[in-house]
Design a protein around this ligand. Structure first.
Ligand code: GLC
Ligand code: MG
Length: 526
């Protein structure tokens, strides 16, 4: 079966995938860092939440300069997180519970501690070892004006005078994907994890592997504008390091490898593409299964903006026959409850946006802790860990990576055994947000997510792919999908609902009306 065959429905086309940020989900051994055994012990929680799959961020041997996105060995487990037996145990337990497992693949760069980079440094200029990376001679300063996504220059000089490229931290040298050895390495890595039974891959920086030959200057001046900031600003520029056409040959090849295995193995691109159309190129029928759709995550709280994202996404996906994906939060951006203003209002909006997203055709990604309504945490500078913060001195991504509160009244809130404190401190007021505190409590965000995921299975999954948007009045988004109607009130005052039975709402209705910052699903008949 072709991976993106619209006539077949592989599991991932409408899956809910829960993102586990491994360091911050559950800690089994009390060292303050989450690990694989911790995840395994909490898999029943994910089954009960009602998700279909989990995506686990990198757990491979790594010096952890970018918390695992700096990989020193692609085919092993860092002792911080366990070992290969713990990975096998996790996979087996997940599969027994009916959950699929997606792992992270980081092909754009290795760690500077990867044997290949060590060999490159040792072998010196002109060697085959250096040719796996992007080393350049440039006596009078960096070879071009490229800036690292994490701030500062994208080039670092080594002792013999050559420069190497790193689009991220200095400890994350970019590979040269024009070198066939690089492609061969990752084909082996894919097979290694497919043979162990993973159901799919999340492809890190999927739009970055190839750099335009000649390495011309970038359009934006190199700057330390931080991770997502720079991604957003680059959206409309034709930059020589992102979205090069050659990258698609890699994904055609990976498509074939995935297809050799049984059970609808999949891959999802993390590609901060410039437009919905360029996003669609990653999910052509012979390429990847999915691409994260970051449009909604970048949109402000506005019915018009959300309507544009929904319309733009579905319009771009239709010609390639791919299913859409929806995502509101991940480990790289401020949590959506805080992006929408924080406090009670931000949370109400976050729940409303989530409920709207869950009604749409395609698959959705949930970031750990959003089902608890966790806000972005204002982490004190002395606890900053994000390499982008260390390079720029600015607040970075630590605030969405604070470990999950599971139970109890004080930190670590059951994140790990005992009283050992987690790698990023948890706020004092998180007792009320713990899983234990919300479980079974009517109206809690956790129970809302469970109910919403149940409602999705029951009312949305069979509702077809035809989506119509009403666009008047502009403060209210109305989405019609078969017999299901979703109304999201982004305005300031309650609005009447269309006729129909209310199936679920993200907050209480007021005298039958839909209050501000609230969404509802109705059964309205075709
Ligand atoms: C991706 C990851 C991010 C990481 C970067 C470099 O954007 O999501 O967390 O820092 O790639 O690997
Ligand atoms: Mg641990």
């Amino acid at each position: 079966m072709a991976l993106n065959d619209p006539n077949a429905t592989p599991w991932w086309r409408d899956a809910i995938t829960y993102q586990v940020y491994v360091r911050s989900f559950a800690d089994s051994d009390g060292d303050g860092v989450g690990d694989l055994a911790g995840i395994t012990s909490r898999l029943p929680y994910l089954r009960d939440l009602g998700v279909d799959a989990l995506w686990i961020t990198p757990f491979y041997p790594s010096p952890q300069h970018d918390h695992g996105y700096d990989v020193a060995d692609y085919c092993d487990v860092d002792p911080l997180f366990g070992d290969l037996a713990a990975a096998d145990e996790l996979l087996a337990t997940a599969h027994d519970l009916g959950l699929r497992v997606v792992v992270d693949l980081v092909p754009n760069h290795t760690s500077s501690e990867h044997p290949w980079f060590r060999a490159a440094l040792a072998a010196g200029p002109g060697s085959a070892e250096r040719a796996r990376y992007l080393f350049r001679e440039s006596p009078d300063g960096p070879p071009n004006n490229w800036g690292s996504v994490f701030g500062g220059p994208a080039w670092t000089r080594v002792e013999d005078g050559q420069w190497y490229l790193h689009l991220f931290d200095t400890t994350q040298p970019d590979l040269d994907w024009r070198n066939p050895e690089v492609a061969a390495l990752f084909e082996d890595v894919l097979r290694f994890w497919l043979d162990r039974g993973v159901d799919g891959f999340r492809i890190d920086v999927a739009h970055g592997l190839f750099k335009e030959s000649g390495l011309r200057d970038q359009v934006l001046p190199a700057s330390g504008d931080g991770h997502t900031g720079s991604m957003v600003e680059r959206r409309l520029n034709d930059e020589p390091m992102w979205d090069q056409p050659e990258v698609h040959d890699v994904y055609r090849r990976w498509h074939q490898i995935l297809a050799e295995y049984d059970g609808d193995r999949m891959a999802v691109a993390e590609a901060w593409t410039q437009t919905p159309e360029s996003m669609a190129r990653f999910v052509r029928p012979d390429e990847l299964s999915q691409s994260f759709n970051f449009g909604w995550l970048l949109a402000e709280w506005s019915a018009t903006a959300f309507a544009d994202v929904i319309h733009g996404t579905l319009t771009a996906m239709a010609p390639v026959g791919a299913a859409a994906t929806w995502v509101l939060s991940n480990h790289d951006v401020a949590r959506h409850a805080s992006r929408y203003g924080g406090g009670e209002r931000g949370l109400a909006r976050a729940r409303a946006a989530t409920l709207t997203m869950l009604a749409l055709p395609g698959s959705a990604y949930i970031y750990q802790g959003e089902e608890l309504g966790l806000p972005e945490v204002d982490v004190a500078p002395e606890h900053w860990q994000d390499p982008a913060s260390l390079r720029t001195g600015q607040k970075g991504r630590d605030g969405c990576r604070v470990p999950i509160p599971w139970s109890g009244t004080s930190a670590p809130y059951g994140f790990g055994p005992g009283t050992g404190q987690p790698w990023i401190p948890q706020p004092d007021e998180w007792a009320a947000l713990s899983v234990e505190a919300q479980q079974g409590r009517a109206g809690s965000t956790l129970e809302f997510y469970r109910e919403a995921l149940r409602a999705r299975r029951r009312y949305a999954l069979g509702a077809g792919d035809d989506v119509r948007l009403d666009d008047e009045p502009r403060d209210v988004l109305t989405v019609r999908r078969g017999p299901l109607t979703v109304v999201l009130n982004c305005g300031a005052t309650p609005v009447p609902l269309p006729d129909g039975d209310v199936l679920i709402s993200s907050g209480r209705l007021e005298d039958g009306k839909l209050p501000a910052d609230t969404a509802a699903w109705l059964q309205t008949g075709r």
